[in-house]
Design a protein around this ligand. Structure first.
Ligand code: NAD
Ligand code: UD1
Length: 336
């Protein structure tokens, strides 16, 4: 029996592949390489001394999906595949709805046809919208402020309806907070195309000399130092959360939303200071106006994951930053 990881060549997917292979699971990666490099496969093999199956395919292609489900005996799916850039989603919303929502419906239909009804889905803290007060709890009302967030919310709703319609489904929607860091080996990590949108890859590229300086989006928020506060989580802890969720699917019918976060908040300036200390590099920055759509503070209530999955984070901020720096300095141009 195999596990199928759609989007398994990407940032979070590749770290999850490593955790699964090191637990002797048989893994099939299904990815169209829209935002990933094939070099990831060699790196995974270097870390684990094992080779996952790799199928180049698109979740928007029924034929590609049919083929992988016919060729392998898939017992469960972790569904990472999707487009994830918030700004881009406002410019090309139809591509986001097509790729993320239609692609997901395709996947769920093919799964149902092949009697594979165990699923872990990559959702996001973005589904809490802008009106809830942190700590964010799974029972709070959800909403979206951009097309990317809408796709996550729509897929969560589709999965709730699916589980209601057929009690054989076991589904966990993992709501990630802010994944950062890299595998301790420095061999795999986040490899954004073009100028990074997110804070950590941006800071890392300033430290390594690829970008001149960081723009800090606002210092007038109602937070201890005025800059935005987020719940950063080490990608290896996040990957381990997927292993726990997969194991839980066997005795958890229905559809469940679970936060994966630390429960702690860190400001932009705290990130800059920690990064400086870890890298020994200066991180020049300037304060610029707030970024549209940002909110002051986002952090998780993390107790449901502990109770239901017996999972909690183990790696602290200094490990997250040290590992980000190791990855960035060993691979200044990513996988190229
Ligand atoms: P990523 O871009 O590194 O990985 C996504 C992978 O999916 C890529 O390898 C890409 O090539 C693949 N892909 C995209 N469209 C596809 C398609 N149609 N068919 C097959 N493969 C396709 O992103 P990531 O950071 O690893 O995120 C993984 C998932 O987690 C995404 O669904 C993302 O929305 C979600 N998520 C990410 C974050 C984050 O901060 N990284 C936060 C919350 C949720
Ligand atoms: C962003 C997305 C969110 C997505 C999440 C994880 C937006 C509006 N939100 O969240 O939907 O789920 O990434 O992928 O894009 N910052 C700077 N300078 C920078 C970059 C960021 O000051 O160059 C600040 C931001 O204002 C924020 C913090 O750093 O306070 C974190 O930003 P980022 O890494 O983009 O994550 P989120 O905004 O939490």
């Amino acid at each position: 029996m195999s596990l199928l990881l759609t989007g398994g060549m990407g940032y979070i997917g590749s770290h999850t592949v490593v955790e699964l292979l090191s637990r002797d699971q048989d893994v099939v990666i299904f990815d169209n390489l829209a935002n990933a490099s094939e070099a990831v496969l060699t790196r995974i093999e270097q870390i684990t001394s094992r080779k996952p199956h790799f199928v180049k395919g698109d979740i928007c292609s029924r034929e590609d999906l049919e083929q992988v489900f016919s060729n392998f005996n898939i017992e469960a799916v972790i569904h990472f595949a999707g487009l994830k850039a918030v700004g881009e989603s406002t410019e090309i919303p139809l591509s986001y709805y097509h790729n993320n929502v239609s692609g997901s419906v395709n996947l769920f239909e093919v799964m149902a046809k092949h009697h594979c009804k165990r699923l872990v889905f990559s959702s996001s803290a973005t589904v809490y919208g802008e009106h809830n007060q942190s700590p964010l709890v799974e029972t709070m009302p959800t909403s979206a402020t951009n097309p990317y967030g809408q796709t996550k919310l729509m897929i969560e709703h589709i999965l709730q309806d699916l589980a209601k319609s057929d009690p054989q489904w076991s589904i966990v929607n993992l709501r990630y907070f802010n994944p950062i860091g890299a595998h301790q080996s420095g061999l795999i990590g986040e490899n954004p195309k073009g100028i990074p949108n997110n804070l950590l890859p941006y800071v890392a590229q300033v430290a390594v000399g690829r970008l001149a300086q960081l723009s800090v989006f606002g210092d007038d928020y109602d937070t201890p130092d005025g800059t935005g506060v987020r719940d950063y989580i080490h990608v290896v802890d996040l990957a381990k959360g997927h292993v726990k969720a997969l194991n839980k699917l066997t005795d958890l019918p229905g559809c469940h939303a679970i936060n994966l976060g630390t429960g702690n908040g860190t400001s932009v300036l705290e990130i800059v200071e920690t990064f400086k200390a870890a890298s020994g590099k200066d991180i020049p920055y300037q304060i610029v106006p707030r970024r549209a759509g940002d909110i002051a503070t986002v952090f998780a209530e993390a107790s449901k994951a502990k109770e239901l999955l017996n999972w909690q984070t183990e790696l602290d901020l200094s490990a997250m930053i040290a590992d980000t720096w190791r990855w960035q300095s060993m691979n200044p141009n990513g996988y190229e």
